[in-house]
Design a protein around this ligand. Structure first.
Ligand SMILES: Cc1ncc(COP(=O)(O)O)c(C=O)c1O
Length: 391
């Protein structure tokens, strides 16, 4: 819908997401788009059968997909958005599109487990080599670039250990070597961090988390501005037969309408809980980049406009049985691997941490908290009673 309306005043994200994708062609006059369930699409004339950009077959997109893409572009300020059936598929499509036999990719050592699993298990089968780099490498990444490097993949902050990467430095090094740069931007939901404006070629998100917000859908998106990269990604999607069901596209858009407002709530509540935890004697460290004490705070302050509801705590050293007792004592936090939904969640991270080129000694057992839309005072009371049982 554009940044400004008749008033000429730049519109905020909440306004833009409320009014995006409301073209009559997509909504038939409703305020929501139609759910166009279609494999077959009948085109108007023979000359349009092979016309690029039109709706020609369900797998290549329908009105519902187009509506979601239009709205999502508002979040990251992107020209284009490619949809994926999961966040993980959004992460791996760039490897499939821009990596290949004889090639080399660079991957942040703190990436989310299943992204790492794909890199470790699938890329070697394709004859593509990967090197993991310290997430805080910054401009030093230039030393790892090789003539055959085609892609750099960064997750910032890492979704368990929360190191923020020096995005402009990494993007600039990649660009000067003609290497495609990709940022997993799921933590910020795209609301608080715009990798494309910091020089990254692609920003990816698991819409499964904050964008859909309902904890009931798997979906992903890749954002970009470059037409040449878009053509290659679209080819990759078509060659792989990757597809998003129209019902899912509709549900993600429905969630996205309230994203800006929800993120404000997640941000404020998580900070309130995090600040309270910093004073608790059973906690060795609170790992949240928006806290002044965090080692990533300066980069967060420079490159982000806010923070989401996801952060970690390191408990003071204690046996695993006690860690489990703490987790089991929690009442409002569900034991669940996701985040970004309306409900608060918690996991024990240690069994999932894997590093090969950097260390992550955080001072004790690592627990990740996803702060939902409950009242923060209730969450604090719940944490207090659970910590009291193991302190
Ligand atoms: C940072 C990050 N990227 C990608 C994904 C993958 O999303 P999905 O579960 O939709 O495949 C996740 C899921 O937890 C994630 O945390």
């Amino acid at each position: 819908m554009g940044e400004e309306g008749k008033s000429g005043r730049p519109r905020g994200l909440g306004t833009r997401l409320t009014h995006a994708a409301r073209d009559r062609k997509l909504t038939l006059g409703g305020v929501n788009p139609v759910v166009q369930k279609a494999s077959t699409v009948i085109v108007e004339s023979a000359s349009k059968l092979f016309e690029p950009g039109g709706w020609t077959y369900g797998r290549h997109g329908t009105a519902t997909h187009e509506a979601l893409q239009q709205a999502l572009c508002e979040i990251e300020g992107a020209e284009h958005c490619v949809l994926a059936p999961s966040g993980l598929m959004a992460c791996i499509l760039p490897f499939l599109g821009f990596g290949g036999a004889g090639g080399h990719v660079l991957v942040g050592d703190n990436v989310y487990g299943p992204t790492r699993r794909f890199v470790d298990r699938m890329l070697p089968r394709w004859g593509c080599e990967a090197t993991y780099f310290d997430p805080q490498i910054g401009a030093g990444i230039a030393t790892l670039l090789r003539p055959e490097t085609t892609l750099v993949f960064v997750e910032s902050p890492g979704s368990m250990t929360f190191e923020i990467a020096d995005a402009p430095a990494i993007a600039a090094a990649a660009r000067s070597a003609n290497v495609v740069s990709v940022m997993d931007n799921t933590w910020s939901a795209g609301v608080f961090h715009k990798p494309l404006t910091l020089g990254f070629d692609l920003s990816v998100q698991a819409n499964t988390k904050y964008v859909s917000g309902g904890a009931d859908i798997l979906n992903g998106a890749i954002y970009l501005n470059d037409d040449r990269l878009l053509a290659r990604l679209k080819e990759t999607v078509a060659d792989l037969g990757v597809n998003v069901a129209p019902d899912d596209a509709y549900a993600v858009l429905r969630g996205a309408r309230s994203l800006a407002m929800r993120m404000d709530h997640h941000q404020a509540s998580a900070l309130e809980v995090a600040r309270w935890l910093t004073k608790h004697p059973a906690i060795a460290r609170v790992i949240h980049p928006a806290l002044e004490s965090d080692p990533s705070h300066a980069l967060w302050k420079r490159d982000f406009t806010g923070s989401s509801g996801l952060f970690s705590i390191a408990l003071k050293p204690m046996p695993t049985a006690k860690v489990h007792a703490f987790l089991d004592a929690l009442d409002l936090f569900g034991l669940g691997f996701s985040y970004g939904g309306f409900e608060s969640l918690v996991i024990h991270c240690d069994p999932q941490l894997k590093r090969t080129s950097s260390t992550s000694d955080l001072g004790g057992p690592l627990i990740r908290l996803s702060i939902g839309l409950e009242e923060p005072a209730d969450l604090i009371a719940d944490l207090e009673q659970a910590l009291a049982q193991v302190s």
